[in-house]
Design a protein around this ligand. Structure first.
Ligand code: ZN
Length: 158
């Protein structure tokens, strides 16, 4: 399930690093104890503006990113891509960077391969809940289109 981080309440712009989200999710009580460790970050992965992928909670631990769907792996792209919330880019980029999209596609391919996830199970938060997340400027169709194309993990890892 794909999310954007949006802007943490009380902040002016989208978070820049994992620590900010971790603190926010800790404050919201998203904490879990999983296999002997405590995690706050609700998502399994975070994709920074520079395309770097950071691990949140481990894949084998339940998420806290979408009620009723926390068995789904949660990936959050850092930024606020709602043209309603962030119309002029005051809260950071209005669209994900090319590097973020490239990283997302690569990550999705890897997870699809690892867990045998069909394309139709790659969803936006807004597909299952009444939320704007990950924003109307998020190019979901283009991402799905890329994922439909052949190539990816199988050919790259050999
Ligand atoms: Zn979301």
């Amino acid at each position: 399930m794909i999310h954007h981080t949006a802007v943490i309440p009380g902040e002016k712009t989208a978070p820049r690093k994992k620590r900010d989200i971790d603190k926010y999710h800790q404050a919201r009580g998203f904490e879990i104890l999983c296999f002997g460790s405590v995690y706050h970050m609700a998502y399994h992965y975070l994709i920074l503006p520079n395309g770097k992928v950071q691990a949140g909670r481990p894949e084998r631990c339940e998420g806290a990113h979408a009620e009723g769907y926390n068995s789904y792996l949660g990936i959050s792209v850092v930024g606020d891509f709602s043209s309603e919330d962030n119309p002029t880019g005051k809260k950071g980029p209005t669209k994900p960077s090319d590097k973020q999209i490239a990283a997302l596609i690569q990550l999705c391919r890897r997870l699809q391969h690892r867990y045998n996830i069909p394309l139709q199970h790659i969803v936006r938060h807004s597909d299952i809940s009444s939320t704007k997340c990950p924003g109307n400027e998020f190019p979901f169709r283009a991402v799905l289109h890329q994922l439909e194309l052949p190539g990816g993990v199988e050919s790259r890892s050999r």
